[in-house]
Design a protein around this ligand. Structure first.
Ligand code: HPA
Ligand code: ZN
Length: 340
């Protein structure tokens, strides 16, 4: 398939995205506005140049610092309306039918944002996206490795005190090398006991043992990235045996430079061949300049996936989601129908 045909076709196929950070789905234009508000008098082009400087980093921890600087530019909970408006445009542009998105409250809580106001905004905006597009968005609160276990526990407590149906679980993003899974076991157990789903970034910046810890200590349902599973044959078999899905974000891994230097080196192909339930995701579209249909195109044009194989990966995006079995089956049938 030629590129233009591929994009036309894939935009029309129903698909879910399961690994996306809400603060990084904001458009470049919106961040530019925030920047100009923060530094009054600065021109649009100069603001753009300054923001682009933020987007240069050599590793995951550098990226996380840049991410925190972007979060710094939000002035109040009212700014979340713009993120969700950009999320809505992103959903429509990419033909997405269902989203599970991370929201990372730590930096905002530290700035003094009121958690219950944040939750009210998430809830209202999720309902607005649903009204305008028909698409369900569900939120996973990223309790974060970066600020330690006490901060993660605090995030969980705030969440439990402000339950809304739109927030369905927790995730663990942030610095994998500085925040090992064992520090967060108790937080994840408490989340599960309270009926929350759990996922964790693991094997993005640390060797395969970190993925073992995520599945054995945190007992997560899905692993974010999971790149270093390629190091451990027994781990890959165990992921298959337990039906644990990987939320692969190939372009993100190229940008954070730890284990893959190019898309063609990415182990996604190997994981698929091993029978692991892999999904395709963007992680942070603002930072990596990549949207969901681009990830599918890259897998097709640079990573050796056929269109038929990508159809399985599209279906995996629903199978690996936290939707109920009936909705998963209906979405998979809708994929078959759209495929023709
Ligand atoms: N890893 C860790 N933390 C993050 C990421 C990521 O890929 N994206 C946003 N926060
Ligand atoms: Zn991520």
């Amino acid at each position: 398939m030629e590129k233009a045909d591929f994009y036309d076709f894939f935009r029309k196929i129903p698909k879910a995205e399961l690994h996306l950070h809400i603060e990084a789905v904001i458009s470049f234009d919106s961040i530019n506005k925030f920047y100009m508000r923060k530094f009054p008098g600065i021109g649009k082009d100069e603001a753009a140049r300054e923001i682009k400087k933020l987007f240069t980093y050599d590793n995951l921890d550098g990226f996380i610092q840049a991410y925190l600087q972007i979060q710094e530019m939000y002035e109040s909970v009212a700014d979340f309306d713009l993120i969700f408006s950009d999320l809505k445009d992103y959903i429509v542009r990419n033909g997405i039918s269902y989203v599970e998105v991370f929201a990372a409250p730590s930096a905002f809580v530290k700035k003094g944002f009121d958690f219950s106001a944040m939750v009210e905004s998430y809830s209202r905006n999720v309902r607005k996206v649903k009204e305008e597009t028909g698409v369900d968005v569900r939120i996973l609160i990223d309790v974060s490795r970066t600020f330690g276990a006490e901060n993660a526990e605090k995030n969980l407590q705030l969440l439990l005190a402000n339950r809304i149906p739109e927030i369905i679980g927790i995730g663990l993003g942030g610095s994998e090398s500085k925040g090992p899974c064992r520090d967060f076991g108790a937080v994840f157990e408490k989340a599960r006991d309270n009926g929350l789903f759990t996922v964790a970034h693991a094997g993005e910046d640390v060797d395969a043992f970190s993925i073992w810890d995520a599945i054995d200590i945190l007992k997560v349902s899905r692993v974010g990235h999971g790149v270093t599973a390629f190091q451990d044959e027994a781990l890959m078999k165990e992921l298959v045996r337990r039906g644990i899905a990987l939320e692969s974000c190939p372009m993100s891994n190229v940008f954070t430079k730890r284990y893959v230097k190019s898309l063609s080196e990415h182990p996604l192909r190997k994981f698929f061949d091993e029978g692991i339930m892999v999904t395709l995701n963007t992680d942070d579209p603002l930072f990596f300049g990549v949207e969901l249909v681009d990830e599918y195109w890259n897998a097709y044009s640079q990573m050796g996936f056929s269109a038929a194989e990508l159809k399985e990966i599209v279906k995996n995006s629903f199978r690996a989601s936290f939707l109920d079995e009936g909705r998963k089956a209906r979405f998979c049938a809708a994929v078959d129908e759209a495929w023709g």
